[in-house]
Design a protein around this ligand. Sequence first.
Ligand code: COA
Length: 268
Amino acid sequence: MTEHLLRRIEDGVMTLTFNRPEKKNALTEEMYGALTDGLDSAARNDAVRVVLFLSTGDSFTAGNDLASFARQSEAPRRRTDAPSDVERFIRAIANISKPIVAGVRGRAVGIGLTMLLHCDLVYVAEDAELSAPFVSLALVPEAASSLLLVARLGHARAFSIFAAGQVVGGRNAAEWGLANQAFAAEEVDKAARAAARRLARQPTESLAITKRLMRDTQGIAARIDEELGHFAARLASPEAQEAFRAFAERRMPDFAKVEAESWWERSG
Ligand code: COA
């Protein structure tokens, strides 16, 4: 357990609340572990009919903790290692058959956006800012977003989000089909809670079958595997290390310099 993820069950709804506001709710390995435990327990517990994601503070989540990425980058995992906490979370959110609702205020970065592609109802603040700048961090998309975001928005918009760092405002997120509806920021949590409670009164089995029919779970699982292979390799790259150093030092990364240095090393 961690105080950075709050878990509560009420009226058939398990609410998981990101609670690390001083770091914009950036997700640590501990938080991914707690999220996965929450989803696993929601899947097993008959008293839970719906999962709801909310946040404290001014951001939904700034995505993966970049200090934690930096540590993983210096000590890459081996293929034989047990799945990482983030991998377990991605598989859990992709596989759960109970419906998921999210209320998004402020920034939703990286997995903060891609996890929404596994949510069934999403309510955003009009001034929310959704982004997934994987390429700016020398990484690649995860959570099957290279499949699901393209299916949702088309290639041009999805590529611009992944590769050019485009930030999608809450109103556009709703117009483009990333979210169901945009509200004034102070209304979002209330709208998401009400929707989750309404869903919790629906018949569980019909909900589960409908959700399963609507998602190509095998295709999603295969894409998650493919992405994770590339992600692990990119995470350990000198370019990613430069991106994490640059964030910590509050400067722009210099990928050209790093690429030139690696070229000299390889050819020297
Ligand atoms: N990992 C670790 N710490 C993070 C973080 C992250 N992903 N995002 C924010 N923080 C921390 C900052 O380091 C800062 O900590 P400090 O007060 O100890 O210095 C604190 O949260 C506040 O962030 P700050 O950058 O000062 O807030 P901001 O309002 O100016 O900007 C963001 C907010 C989200 C735009 C900016 O923090 C950001 O770009 N974060 C990185 C997002 C990212 O790339 N995520 C990974 C995607 S795969």
